[in-house]
Design a protein around this ligand. Structure first.
Ligand code: SF4
Ligand code: SF4
Ligand code: SF4
Length: 352
């Protein structure tokens, strides 16, 4: 890819041709705060907190939307820029219900981060109180528009990343808010509960319901793993407290899913802690499943396979592989059925 050279905050920097000033700065280790921009929803230009000065242009420029050019001179930290950013964040803080003390997002909220970065403790604008009803109708998501900053990330994500086309911005002016299917409760809408919008939301406007009240963000340990549900192998982070999974998020910068998860991967983790999980093999005796040791179970299976083979032939035996196990385990199962049992009746649950 062709490179261009520019100067950012007095330092020589390089960027890929076609990149925005924001990305050029980030690539060169220079922090510019953003609220609406997200790498997966691309150019946004909504919050305007990422403004910078470009030599030769009189007005402040939105760095997430303006392409970097060869020879450009960019300033990201002038007094005018900082004052503008402060004013934007103060306006956000004054136009919602932002009580960080007890907010679920505190510690991972990008609005809070921006206020911290700018040294803001409160808004100097009069607070316009918002008291919109919290939508808890979805079984997995809490939608609290009192904490929405109209960044459009969820709308972009729902429509253009996962293409479920549920969310849009409804109403106008100060009443503008995110709506589902032209303003249905989320639980009654066509939402498929993939949670993409929750992951993209920079504040607590969209939250995992099951995680609410279970722990502050800084108490949670992040564990990287692979989704156990299907063969795609989505990369995820488990957020764990006291050995319990509190929530799951997709890993943003890793293939194959780049942050996106389906309903099972994101919300279907309760089985991990279920008391009904099998912890030892079960053998059915007199109509009842009875716990057995692995030796007993393997002997029993071998005995039954031999019995069926003798009575009905190998064609009466079928081996079904599992989508939740590894390729190597499935290979061994296939090899065992063909070579040891002597049947080619081998299939896989993902095909059924
Ligand atoms: S959404 Fe962010 S800024 Fe608003 S109360 Fe929660 S932590 Fe604070
Ligand atoms: S959970 Fe998925 S389908 Fe539902 S609104 Fe959010 S992004 Fe759209
Ligand atoms: S709900 Fe969250 S992601 Fe959607 S517009 Fe509001 S703040 Fe942005």
């Amino acid at each position: 890819m062709k490179k261009i050279a520019l100067n950012i905050d007095g330092k020589d920097a390089q960027a890929a041709e076609g990149d925005t000033i924001l990305n050029a700065a980030r690539e060169n280790g220079i922090y510019i705060p953003t609220l609406c921009y997200h790498p997966r929803t691309k150019q946004a230009g909504k919050c305007r907190i990422c403004v910078v000065e470009v030599k030769g242009l009189p007005d402040l420029q939105v760095s997430c939307s303006l392409q970097a050019r060869d020879g450009m001179t960019v300033n990201t930290t002038s007094e005018r820029i900082i004052e503008t950013r402060k004013m934007i964040v103060e306006l956000y803080l004054s136009s919602g219900r932002h009580n960080c003390i007890s907010c679920e997002a505190s510690g991972e909220c990008e609005l809070q981060d921006a206020a911290y970065h700018l040294g803001l403790e409160k808004s100097n604008f009069p607070v316009i109180p918002k008291d919109l009803p919290v939508d808890s109708s979805s079984p997995m998501i809490i939608k609290d528009m009192n904490k929405c900053i109209q960044c459009f990330r969820c709308v972009e994500g729902c429509n253009n990343v996962v293409v479920n086309e549920v969310l849009e911005m409804g109403f106008r002016g100060g009443d503008m808010t995110v709506v589902c299917d032209t303003n249905k409760p989320m639980g009654k809408s066509s939402c498929v509960i993939c949670g993409e919008c929750v992951q993209l939301c920079p504040t607590a406007a969209l939250l995992e319901k099951k995680a609410a009240g279970k722990g502050r963000t800084w108490e949670l340990k992040k564990v990287r793993t692979t989704c156990p549900y299907c063969g795609v192998g989505c990369q995820m982070h488990l957020h764990v407290k006291d050995n319990e999974i509190i929530k799951v998020t997709g890993v943003e910068d890793a293939a194959p899913n780049f942050g996106t998860l389906c309903i099972k991967g994101r919300f279907g983790y309760d089985f991990v802690h279920s008391p009904e999980r099998l912890r030892s093999p079960l053998i059915k005796r007199d109509g009842e499943f009875v716990e057995a040791s692995w030796e007993e179970a393997l002997d029993f299976t071998a005995e039954k396979l031999l019995e069926i083979k003798k009575t009905h032939g190998t064609e009466a035996i079928v081996g079904i592989g599992c989508a939740r196990t590894t390729n190597e385990n499935n290979y061994i199962m296939m090899k065992f059925m063909r070579a040891a049992v002597g049947t080619n009746n081998v299939d896989h649950c993902a095909r059924t």
